[in-house]
Design a protein around this ligand. Structure first.
Ligand code: GLC
Length: 498
């Protein structure tokens, strides 16, 4: 018996030891698997970071390439990827504008209706009021009438609700500045045809149509009495709005859903302009810089894939690297690759991560901006948006770093864009007169993504050098584009002599 029991006991001990060895082997193998995965994930991050590199020399090449394209775009229609569109704005607001004017602002995530009461030099902006609505996604890809009817309806109810004192005297129509933030071939200050859609809009029957005629028709359908006095891009509106408050504003840059710039050009430096030379000798140009592309741009496999799968493949490449519509999507694509190829989030690829555009730039900004010691915000964003829970601090840190890579590349390229424009204007180095150049900036990305904004501004200083940087001022022009459009409606009013 004794012996037998001993045998059993020995047997059990042997089995126990084997189990311990087995578990240990499993743990080791698991660890090796995990560390192998981690190494693979870090390899993906490292490669991405390298490909996104924007050393100063590269940025200067980008700026130079942009300057060259600006010349080409001004020389002839279709001479460059940069459309360099003539805005028909040859005089910017002076401050003398008077009266009640309206503006419609369409072209980003939100749509706005606005009324401004201008009191001339003495009183400035006496009163302004706006209503805001988001554009229902279905309207972005439907038909032209549906979109313009929606806009006209919002304007109709805005006017219905307004106080008696804003009503126009008999025989006088209300006048409106229409900020339409897409590439438009203007034929006058208040007419122009849509060249193509950008930023996720895709309404085929509007391309090639006169945008003012489309709006005017819709206003008639909705019974709104209104004259469209000016059709402007948001960059033009921002430039006009900026100039109203600061005489040194000569450039406007939008960094929002999309990106673009406008600046004041010498009319004589526009070979493709065949009209009479404006009295001011100047013409504001809408560059449509979102469509800039150059071999110097640091494009990665993720950018190529994003472009190919976008609504406008091959177009708006600069925009796809720098603007709000795309930054979060680039991040998502990198994370997806890490999930698929390195099981970065565990054995299963989180299904939500496979949905295009699910990770929006405002969320990326919140992740990037998380300064809590345990990266709490990162954790909750991952959970809320991607349904990924229980991430380690280490994992969260990597995600923040990825945000940094994507945002830094975008912001530094945007700064290179600004340098390119300043070069074209001869304002990139200290001028003899030492005059100031103010750049009016607007857009949600610039306004709300702190790391992006700070990186853009410091890069600009780095590129321009200390001496010239003292004469270049970047100014946030808060909703300058709406007010700018109203101001341009005022200076192009039918009733200027009243
Ligand atoms: C897109 C549009 C452009 C606009 C910019 C910023 O690039 O094509 O017209 O100015 O977005 O909104």
């Amino acid at each position: 018996m004794k012996e037998g029991m001993g045998k059993v006991a020995v047997g059990a001990a042997v089995i126990g030891a084997a189990a311990v060895v087995g578990v240990a082997a499993l743990v080791v193998r698991q660890r090796m698997k995990t560390s192998g995965r981690w190494a693979r994930a870090m390899g993906i991050v490292k490669e991405f970071e390298e490909k996104c590199g924007t050393p100063e020399g590269k940025l200067k090449q980008v700026a130079d390439a942009l300057t060259v394209e600006m010349h080409a775009g001004l020389a002839s229609e279709g001479g460059s990827k940069l459309k360099m569109l003539i805005s028909y704005v040859d005089s910017l607001p002076t401050g003398n504008e008077k009266g009640v004017f309206y503006a419609l602002d369409l072209g980003g995530t939100n749509f706005r209706v606005l009324r401004v009461e201008l009191g001339g030099r003495e009183e400035g902006i006496i009163h302004q009021e706006f209503a805001e609505a988001s554009i229902p996604p279905a309207l972005m890809c439907g038909n032209s009438d549906a979109l313009f009817d929606y806009i006209a309806e919002k304007l109709a109810s805005f006017i219905d609700e307004e106080e008696q004192r804003f009503h126009q005297p008999a025989g006088r129509q209300r006048e409106l500045g229409f900020t339409f933030s897409f590439p438009v071939m203007q034929t006058s200050i208040n007419s122009g045809t849509l060249i193509r859609w950008t930023k996720g809009f895709s309404i085929d029957d509007a391309v090639g149509q006169d945008i003012v005629a489309e709006l005017t028709e819709a206003l008639r359908r909705k019974g709104v009495e209104m004259r469209v006095a000016a059709l402007v891009n948001d960059t033009i509106g921002t430039l006009a709005g900026g100039r109203y408050t600061n005489n040194d504003v000569a450039v406007a840059v939008i960094l929002g859903t999309g990106t673009n710039a406008a600046y004041v050009e010498r009319a004589q430096a526009i070979p493709k302009w065949h009209g009479p030379l404006p009295q001011s000798g100047e013409m504001v140009i809408n560059m449509e810089w979102g469509n800039f592309r150059s071999s110097h741009l640091p494009l990665t496999e993720y950018d190529h894939a994003l472009d190919v799968e976008s609504l406008n493949p091959g177009e708006q490449i600069f925009e796809k690297l720098t603007s709000g519509m795309y930054l979060g999507e680039i991040l998502r694509r990198v994370l997806l690759k890490m999930a698929v190829e390195a099981s970065f989030f565990g054995d299963v690829v989180p299904p939500k991560l496979e949905i295009p555009f699910v990770l929006r730039t405002p969320d990326m900004s919140a992740i990037h901006n998380d300064s809590s010691s345990d990266l709490r915000v990162v954790g909750s964003k991952l959970k809320d948006i991607l349904e990924i829970s229980n991430t380690s601090l280490k994992t969260r840190r990597v995600i923040v770093e990825l945000c940094n890579i994507v945002a830094t590349r975008g912001a530094r390229l945007a700064a290179a864009g600004v340098l390119g424009v300043l070069k074209k204007m001869g304002r990139d180095s200290l001028t003899e007169g030492g005059e100031k150049t103010v750049i009016a900036m607007d857009g949600g990305l610039y306004e709300h993504y702190t790391e992006y904004r700070e990186c853009l501004e410091s890069t600009l200083n780095e590129l321009i050098g200390e001496e010239a940087a003292a004469t270049i001022v970047v100014e946030h022009s808060n909703d300058g584009s709406g007010i700018g459009a109203a101001l341009l409606a005022a200076s192009n009013s039918l009733y200027l002599d009243q």
